[in-house]
Design a protein around this ligand. Structure first.
Ligand SMILES: Cc1cc2nc3c(=O)[nH]c(=O)nc-3n(C[C@H](O)[C@H](O)[C@H](O)COP(=O)(O)OP(=O)(O)OC[C@H]3O[C@@H](n4cnc5c(N)ncnc54)[C@H](O)[C@@H]3O)c2cc1C
Ligand code: SF4
Length: 328
């Protein structure tokens, strides 16, 4: 591990100022991803700014009836919050499907959003990886790519974003609140936080250097039933092969509102707006759900080892839509 200096801050402005004067500094929150990357030499910050004790750990009601989730709220606290469990159950389900209880007790809301891919080659410094070393090549393209992306990938990188929480936040139309090193705050739709790889897979978000996530804002609760379905190799403690988050509002067997997002299939949580449009106004039926699933995966491309994800994603979408549409 490379030597580094460490600084604990208890004030948000102090954290931002520390980042401003040390361009190679990195924020550390729960450290459940960053420390692994540092031990492997994949991330080599010269200075760690420990933001885990910033006063950003509250879940507060917003004026319009939504919720503001502080960046430091732990995954376990968020999943256990009564308002999340009753009004945003898709988010509680997604959180509880991720990692283990111990990791969720440490993992923060912001850290979860900014955790890095689990591509095996990204973690193996002996293999080419454009995300780790730009221009070196992508070992997964013709390698072992069972976990990799079928949507939105490029020949430079086919990694997926591993967060479950982010998929549920996307289906809920969450906004990410960030503050730059000058103290200026802006909000980013969560679907725009992460970038697709294109030719620069090493650039993963639209955040500026030192910019800090301070909160995630959920809009007021949506009508309809919510569901998060995660398919993985083990029943727990495994990343998604495919996951699906849905919100479906059905009135007298007619779908009046539908939201659909996928995880484990792209470098970012993936929304399927054309599939949502296909569902609205339709009578609940297996055929309609199958049509929506086909539309959601229209542009999917398999790379060999991950071909199975395309039919798997379709079946998982159909299951989630059917389960969320059941009455009673
Ligand atoms: C064995 C294992 C299994 C796992 N399984 C799952 C799973 O099934 N599903 C899932 O979703 N996740 C899973 N995870 C990932 C886990 O959820 C993440 O490691 C965790 O959410 C990261 O949060 P953290 O606070 O520890 O982030 P850290 O490791 O502290 O930081 C992660 C990144 O975020 C940056 N960062 C942190 N906070 C901020 C901020 N406020 N502003 C700007 N940048 C910030 C850091 O600089 C760093 O780059 C697993 C992890 C492990 C180790
Ligand atoms: S898929 Fe992306 S992260 Fe994995 S080896 Fe290729 S470039 Fe690296």
């Amino acid at each position: 591990m490379m030597p580094f200096t460490y600084q604990r801050v208890v004030d948000t402005r102090a954290a931002l100022m520390a980042a401003a004067v040390a361009p190679t500094a990195t924020y550390i929150s729960g450290g459940t991803n960053l420390l692994d990357l540092m031990k492997l030499g994949i991330e080599q910050p010269t200075h760690l700014i420990d933001i885990s004790r910033l006063p950003l750990d509250a879940i507060e009601a917003t004026a319009d009836g939504g919720l503001r989730i502080g960046a430091q709220v732990r995954n376990s606290s968020l999943a256990a919050d009564q308002r999340i469990r009753s009004d945003y159950p898709v988010l509680a389900q997604a959180l509880l499907s991720g990692a283990s209880a111990q990791i969720r007790n440490k993992a923060s809301t912001a850290g979860n959003l900014l955790q890095r891919t689990r591509c095996y080659y990204f973690y193996d410094r002996n293999t080419p990886c454009n995300k780790r070393v730009p221009g070196s090549g992508c070992s997964a393209l013709n390698g072992f790519n069972r976990m990799h992306a079928v949507l939105g990938s490029s020949d430079a990188c086919i990694a997926v974003h591993p967060s479950d929480m982010a998929v549920a936040m996307l289906v809920l139309d969450a906004m990410v609140e960030v503050m730059d090193t000058g103290g200026v705050t802006r909000q980013i739709p969560i679907g725009d936080l992460h970038r697709l790889p294109g030719t620069t897979p090493n650039i993963e978000t639209g955040l500026t250097p030192g910019e800090m996530i301070t909160a995630v804002i959920l809009p007021p609760p949506q009508r309809g039933r919510q569901l998060y379905r995660k398919v993985r190799d083990r029943a727990s403690y495994a990343f998604a092969l495919v996951s699906v988050a849905v919100v479906v509002d059905v009135e007298r067997d007619t779908i009046v509102r539908a939201r659909l997002a996928l995880g484990g299939v792209a470098a970012k949580p993936w929304r399927a707006p054309e599939a949502e449009t296909h569902l609205i106004g339709e009578t609940v039926s297996a055929e309609v759900f199958e049509g929506a699933a086909d539309i959601a995966l229209t542009n999917a491309v398999g790379r060999g080892g991950n071909d199975f994800k395309i039919p798997l994603a379709k079946r998982t979408i159909q299951y989630a839509l059917a389960a969320a549409s059941e009455r009673g």
